[in-house]
Design a protein around this ligand. Sequence first.
Ligand code: PXP
Length: 238
Amino acid sequence: MIRLGINVDHVATVRQARATTAPDPVTAAALAELGGADGITVHLREDRRHIQDRDVHLLRQTVQSRLNLEMAATYEMVAIACDVGPDCVTLVPEKRQELTTEGGLDVVSARDWLLPRIDTLRAAGIVVSLFVDPDPAQIDAAVQVNADCVEIHTGAYCDAPSAGAQMAQLHKIEQAIATAQRAGLTVHAGHGLDYFNIRPVVALQGIVEFNIGHSIIARAIMVGMQQAVAEMKALLVR
Ligand code: PXP
């Protein structure tokens, strides 16, 4: 079975819109696990725009499956990860102005400064995954910096403007999986996947885990809307 990790950042985005306590991504994570999630992913951003430190600490205590902490490879974040002890850390590039993680990590250019940070995380018993574009050079570099896994960025496949372009991106993903497997890396994949575009990616052999956020949180809002309105309506009785 392929593992499904659920990214609950967007639950925190709604909470932060009012700077209040609801909806709580910790509760959402528990419900996701009841629905069959094999892991919970949160991205603790340097600007704390959605997930807060408190969420990560509570999730470490409550997640029954696997906790995957997405983060930039800064010393501040490495220290937090070593303190919290997630099962896995996924290192991602981070830009202040972006709406979401835009591209994969440039491991080729960052080799020298990534290596000691990855070593620190692994010495703390944390599995280290690098979020990379489906580019063999990046995957080779991931091996050189002692990563355990790569998470292949599926965004270009998901955003491809035509069926032909999408097929070309799918082929790149397939080749990236083969390169990673040959090098002994575990392969994860994610970004932009939804209920429609995931099928061809699932059909590729070798991906052991998908990390999905936006499409599932968006669907959860829709399938829960009817009940949420009905519950409030039931209270409007004098
Ligand atoms: N994997 C990584 C490394 C990400 O940064 C994100 C977005 O936070 C995801 C997976 C999930 O992407 P989406 O929300 O588009 O499903």
